[in-house]
Write a protein that binds this ligand. Sequence first.
Ligand code: PEP
Ligand code: MG
Length: 605
Amino acid sequence: MHQQLRGIGVSPGVAFARTVLMRPDFPDVPDRTVRPEEVEGEVERLRAAVATVVAHLEELGRKVLDRAGEEESRIFDAQILMAQDEDFLASVEVLIRNNMLSAETAYEFKALELRAAWSASQSAHLRDRLADLHAIQLRMLNVLMGRPGHEIWSLPEDEQMIVVAHELSPGLTVQLDREHVVGLISEEGTRTSHAAILAHSLGIPTVMGVTGALAKIPEGTLVLIDGQAGAITVDPTPVELEEAKVQISRRHRLEFQLESVVALPAETPDGIRVSMMGNVDLPDEIEAAMRSGAEGVGLLRTEFLLTGRAALPTEAEQYSYFKRVSLAFPKSPVIIRSYDLGGDKFPAAFRMPQEANPFLGWRSIRVCLDQPEVFRTQLRAILRAAADRNVQLMLPLVTRVDEVSDTRALLAEERASLLRDGFKVAEHLRVGVMIETPAAVLIADKLAEVSDFFSVGTNDLTQYTLALDRGNARLAERFTPHHPAVVRQLAQVVAAAATRDLPASVCGEMASEPLSAVLLVGLGFRIFSIAPPSIPLVKWVIRSVPLSAARAAATAAMDARGPAEVDEALRDAVAPHVDLRLIDPHAALQARGRVVSLPTPPPPS
Ligand code: PEP
Ligand code: MG
């Protein structure tokens, strides 16, 4: 049935495809008996379901191997062994035969028994394996009950789909196959939730914060999504589909035109040079960052390598990953961020306690300093990778000077130990601080004394300044770095860095939004690190808007009473130089259906 839904556009692009609903819940299994002559057929169905589930798991393991790494893919080996457990399957067969039950009824019965036994067990190991057991049983029941399309990786290879979920975790998002998953819709989540950041990096059009999406959008319906405007059309009319095709081809044309700026510097028409680095969250983004003309990696997120895996990565494994990234950018810096665990990132390999306020809890640098053996392994890998490359270290969520000095002390110890062991290590590893909290802004002068550079994480800085959960869809309208309280802090960071001549960059999502990028240039930032798909557009905008206009907007923003005035100042400053419909979600919405073309920016003087 035709209907329009609204949400938050978190990753731009227009797409249409049939939907697949992700239901993480166990299905209701009816108590079903079968006739005596059907019993053997049920046993066969059970065995066939095991084969299907094992095939899915093998396929998933291969995908995760390509995308994340060997260790991550091993989690599926363990699940495959569990799915094939002969003792368990034999007990299900006995139940089918003796009680003449359907395969799913018998399987569910035995699974409940096993889950109860494992939950009650004193063995920590068994309790740890419960999550795996849960995952396999869910897959088995879905296959046995023919729940359609639950397994996104089991769909035919040539089929494209839009996935609808309650919440997209970073763990799920990392597994998505972007060739087949052409769009994402979720009930929870916002522009700066980590799953949204991943979807954006992967270039999948995504709308989050769509209340009641799972109930309102039927499985297998054709859906049209606009990941910029946050608009969803269920069961679109032929006219709407035609319009979408026009938009898709317009976007392709825009991309084609933007290709011409990939090889050009990000330089304002009045000659101010901005360095455009790339954020890399997953190994397969290295290539995307290179293709989009990134001048190095300004934020290499390391925690996503832990997602969905059973063990922490070893020093050798991390070293080879860091080396791989630095070899891809032989002439430019690669800035590795130490583990930013906690908040909404809870890897299975790491025991995080249940907390009432995880974003105000045991997070990031706090976890690393409290778990030195985990931190030391990472520091050693970074020190080795930096031996003959421009590899640097960046610390997240810093709120105190001693977090930096304690890290430096650990680095000195690990450096000495590596040298004793005969490894080549960096002579002087540059250590930077992420400015992500008002505390860090307020003591930026002191942090500057112990840091080699600053990088502003505007996602967290906005969250902590405005006391707004970055992942809460209900608050998404209020969540904006255009609040003057954030803008003023950004100016303070530039000033504090300048007193000691430190480079200051921005690596939060703010820098990937064209209007915000102009504000950042006006405030004095000269280094950006952004999701690779956004680099060409932001570069094009920087090449179009003179510094004088950006500065005027920044001055007005500092004096604004609220975000609306900041938005207005930015639009006024940018409109004479750039067609706003191309870069602003609201203006783009008004321009729907009209073909707009990209003017060539004037060459820098
Ligand atoms: C930020 O907070 O802006 C940032 C870049 O870090 P993350 O999004 O990974 O928390
Ligand atoms: Mg952050």
